[in-house]
Ligand binder design. Structure first.
Ligand code: NAP
Length: 467
């Protein structure tokens, strides 16, 4: 009876996970999506705790306390701008759990003399669990290190890197296949674990920091596959379903992000090889025009906004850093009262994680219908009186279209340069995430309001009120 009930609760949890993914697809329903996910996970954990095979709850309790003590601060206090590395860190833990379960299962089979009889199916599941799990642990830690600035963000390369990785991968795969036929070969098992840990490191270090979000999404997918394999090894349906959903959604997210940067998977994963040219291009990498930026004061900038007919706001990473979203909403309300039509242009990789701008603007209460995606807003720039760029750089860099030597060449951009006039809020002449120059800032149509975005918006609000 208990077993049937557990399976029923697992079924409800699975439905909630699917509804959650569906909800997360749109900004309006994302919050509800997260609530479904939390409820589904809570039910799944409770149902698992009711399993009759559990012999002692002490270690589970200790695990719950340690997990909560680590998880709460990570969820509550890590700033949104550091979310990619936080997610990478979480993946490392999830994958470590899957790897340790796999290793534990193998050791337990060895101890109880069941090695020779371990079925090919079970060994396949265990092998996949450990392979995907171990490479995700070290890969995620490398991604975390790069984004946190602990490791150099630039691609780290050495001669014959491609070949070394391929040989290592082949060796790991051979160990895996061998173990399916000869599961009692314990040294092969440990060799496979070691190789998987090494693959994780060697796979991620040659990838540049700018591509880390795609890598993290891909590692998310691997962690999901490891979890699904754990489900097969432990005969646990919810792990299989949740792992498969995680694996598939992580993969789709990685594809979507690659597309937004106009990069192929192969380019992201192996693009760093022969990176000397990439590094050289990154030093300049802009459109190569010469000119100077023209600074403007808050009063003049406010006049332009107050007397415009159509304004498009382009938020970027700088808005997130200065937490200026509430001032943005206040400014929008003020100029809208004066009859200005305001829209937001949202680039899919603006900020540091997918949906970063949507989340911040939603938090400030900006209505969703004002947010236009890139394809929808780009045709509107030629008829826009003022494009107000708030802490965005790479996503508005025309070099992505015009300079084939630029590291961001091919990345789709917001066509801000087509607006009638451009107003940029940033602190100084700093480059964007990719480190390349941006000719938009020296365009004769562009005026720069230097300063922290939140302060500059504060001044603009005062001046618009006085206008
Ligand atoms: P960006 O290229 O990183 O540029 C941000 C700009 O904001 C900088 O030029 C900086 O200039 C300015 N800034 C920083 N702090 C500021 C502050 N307090 N007030 C005002 N301005 C400030 O940003 P983006 O245009 O949003 O482009 C995102 C980049 O991140 C892309 O290259 C994308 O590929 C990459 N990326 C995206 C994701 C994702 O999933 N969204 C994840 C990781 C990486 P100053 O220093 O002069 O102020």
């Amino acid at each position: 009876m208990t077993e049937t009930l557990i399976q029923l609760v697992y079924l409800v949890s699975s439905v909630l996970f699917i509804l959650s993914l569906r909800g997360l697809g749109r900004a309006e329903t994302a919050r509800r999506g997260m609530q479904y996910a939390m409820l589904g996970m809570a039910l799944a954990v409770l149902a698992t705790l009711a399993n009759e095979q559990i012999v002692s709850y002490e270690w589970i309790l200790i695990g719950l306390i340690v997990g909560a003590v680590m998880g709460y601060p990570m969820g509550m206090w890590v700033p949104m701008t550091a979310m990619p590395q936080r997610i990478a860190f979480s993946h490392a833990f999830g994958a470590l759990a899957a790897t340790l379960v796999g290793i534990g299962e193998y050791i337990s089979a060895a101890k109880h003399g069941g090695m020779a009889t371990i079925s090919a199916g079970k060994m396949t599941a265990l092998g996949l669990e450990v392979l995907f799990g171990a490479l995700t642990v070290t890969g995620s830690l490398m991604a975390f290190g790069k984004l946190q600035g602990i490791l150099p963000g630039r691609p780290l390369t050495y001669p014959h890197q491609n070949t070394t990785n391929l040989v290592l991968f082949g060796l790991g795969l051979s160990c895996f296949v061998y173990l399916i036929w000869v599961p009692e070969a314990q040294w092969v098992f440990w060799l496979m674990v070691l190789i998987a840990f090494m693959i994780g490191i060697l796979m991620v270090v040659p990838i540049g920091g700018a591509d880390m979000p795609v890598v993290i999404a891909l590692l998310n997918s691997y962690a999901g596959l490891a979890a699904a394999a754990t489900g097969f090894a432990l005969n646990n349906n919810i792990l299989i379903i949740a792992g498969a959903l995680d694996g598939a959604s992580g993969f789709v997210l990685a594809l979507v992000m690659s597309k937004a940067m106009n990069r192929s998977f192969g380019n992201v994963l192996f693009g760093a090889f022969g990176s000397a040219e990439v590094a050289a291009a990154a030093v300049g990498g802009g459109g190569g025009k010469s000119g100077t930026m023209v600074a403007i004061n808050a009063e003049d900038a406010a006049m332009r906004l107050a007397y415009a007919q159509k304004v498009v706001i382009v938020p970027g990473y700088g808005m997130a850093v200065s937490q200026a979203q509430h001032q943005v909403r206040e400014l929008v309300e003020l100029i809208e009262k004066r009859g200005v039509e305001v829209r937001f242009a949202i680039h899919p990789v603006a900020g540091r994680m997918p949906g970063h701008m949507n989340v911040l603007l939603a938090e400030a209460g900006v209505p969703y219908d004002k947010l236009l995606e890139m394809d929808e807003v780009n045709p509107k720039f030629p008829e826009t009186d003022v494009a107000l760029v708030i802490g965005a750089n790479d996503v508005v860099n025309p070099a992505a279209r015009t300079n084939s030597a630029s590291p961001i060449y091919g990345m789709p951009i917001l066509n801000v340069h087509e607006a009638k006039s451009i107003l940029v809020l940033k602190r100084g002449t700093g480059a964007g995430f990719s480190g390349v120059e941006n000719d938009l800032f020296i365009d004769p149509k562009t005026s720069m309001l230097f300063g922290d975005a939140k302060d500059s918006l504060g001044h603009l609000i005062v001046e618009v009120k006085a206008a």
